[in-house]
Design a protein around this ligand. Structure first.
Ligand SMILES: Nc1ncnc2c1ncn2[C@@H]1O[C@H](COP(=O)(O)OP(=O)(O)OP(=O)(O)O)[C@@H](O)[C@H]1O
Ligand SMILES: [Mg+2]
Length: 260
């Protein structure tokens, strides 16, 4: 049997004694769109940071295709095919949309890519190839007309699309999206749903989706893991999970003061 593409095994993370994540285990199978939901502060972004190599767990393991990759730094995880978006959009505001996407293609090369991107002859050749891919991505995400605009000048909906385009351009095996629907107008949410599906269906990308907007979760996720206070309280198909009493309680209990 093929191992899951991604596994969290007993992952825990404490920040200065505060337990943000407590013995979390879940797996994501190849080709799946898996959801990760939970109230504010329940540990979702911490999971993303542990899997993408931004944080090292206090205990437990991150396993990719059966191989222990715990503690591998972000650039190594990127090289292993893990791409991510950030809860707060991170684009290079003073670069064009096209350059933001092309730059992502250098990211797998490791640290130092930003300076080499502009200078050496080899980097220039890479950049030409990156440009071709970037233009394909612009087309796919309906951003062709915005190619030369500065990223800082785009609307939030367009910036989210650039983030997706940038991640997909790096040809990830696993793409982790941290609240991609946050702040989007309903028609942009529809577009996001379409593009998440297409990244999986047409590009074969496995997706881990952190999301508060339940419409997105329910329409794209094959399976959902629910966190509350850093612990897993449910794991199953979205339609089942949302009706579980623990899950309803976790969300209704939002007024119990943990989000201050
Ligand atoms: N770098 C950090 N240093 C200290 N505490 C942190 C750090 N990152 C997260 N935390 C704390 O860990 C807990 C979980 O945070 P996390 O950001 O993972 O939650 P979340 O589920 O992503 O929340 P949200 O829905 O608001 O994005 C919170 O109490 C948060 O304050
Ligand atoms: Mg978060």
């Amino acid at each position: 049997m093929t191992p899951p593409i991604l596994e969290a095994r007993g992952l825990s993370k404490s920040f200065a004694g505060m337990v943000a994540l407590d013995n979390l285990s879940f797996s994501v199978n190849e080709g799946e769109i898996a959801g990760l939901i939970g109230p504010n502060g329940s540990g979702k972004s911490t999971v993303v940071n542990l899997i993408s190599g931004v944080l090292v767990p206090t205990s437990g393991q991150v396993v990719m295709r059966g191989q222990d990759v715990t503690g591998a730094p972000a650039h190594q995880m990127a090289r292993r095919g893990v791409a991510r978006t950030f809860q707060m959009i991170r684009l290079f505001g003073t670069l064009s949309v096209e350059d933001n996407i092309a730059l992502a293609l250098q990211q797998k090369e490791g640290p130092g890519y930003v300076s080499s991107f502009f200078r050496t002859p080899a980097a220039r050749r890479q950049r030409a190839a990156a440009g071709v891919t970037a233009r394909e991505m612009l087309k796919l995400f309906d951003l062709e007309e915005k190619a030369s605009d500065l990223a800082a000048d785009l609307s939030i909906g367009q910036r989210r699309m650039v983030e997706l385009a940038r991640g997909l351009a790096s040809e990830p095996t696993v793409f982790i999206l941290d609240e991609p629907a946050a702040g989007l107008a309903p028609h942009n949410v529809d577009r996001l749903i379409e593009m998440i599906r297409r990244m999986r269906d047409e590009f074969g990308v496995t997706i881990l989706l952190v999301e508060h907007v339940m419409r997105v979760v329910q329409s794209v996720c094959d399976r959902v893991v629910v966190l509350d206070y850093g612990q897993k309280i449910a794991d199953g198909p979205p339609a089942e999970v949302v009706n579980q009493p623990e899950v309803i309680e976790a969300y209704i209990g939002l007024g119990r003061g943990k989000n201050a």
